[in-house]
Write a protein of this length. Sequence first.
Length: 201
Amino acid sequence: MPALNRPTRSLLNLAAACVILPGMLLPAVAVVESIPVHEINGCGLWPYTRCQGADLRHADLVGRNLAGADLRGANLARADLRGANLAGANLEGADLRGARLNKVNAPVAIFRHARLVGADLEAARLMRSDYTGADFTAAHLEIANLNHARLTDARLVSADLQEAKLQGAQLIGTNMEGALKRFTNFNDAYMKDCTGCPLDW
């Protein structure tokens, strides 16, 4: 086999490098793509963050730990908060219309006057939270735990409350017209001036 001159050898080495390098770079690209997002529109995504009025529409917040967060007046319309931790968080006046809150952990949280129209809160843990004046119209709350929650003047019109737990909840002036209440637990709930509340508890 004739000896290769220097220019030919250089071209072959370059070709080999072009074949090898892309494969070698793939793991590095994969690592870059897996780096989690820690901030959206200036709002830090960590416990006790301060994000009043933040724009988090359609945000992917699945499994995020936002315990104690200040999200008063935040726009979380259609945000994905499945499995997120909102324990002790303040979402007073927040817009959560159409948000996905399946299995969210939000005990002792504040949702006063929050808009949860059409939100999905299936199997959510909402014990001892404050929902005074909140709007749950057509929300999905099947199997949700609302034990000892404050729902004074809240709207649950046409909401799905099947198998939800409302033991010891305050339902003063609450509107439940058209709500699905199959196997819902109202044990020891206080229902003064409640519209649509069951009469046999």
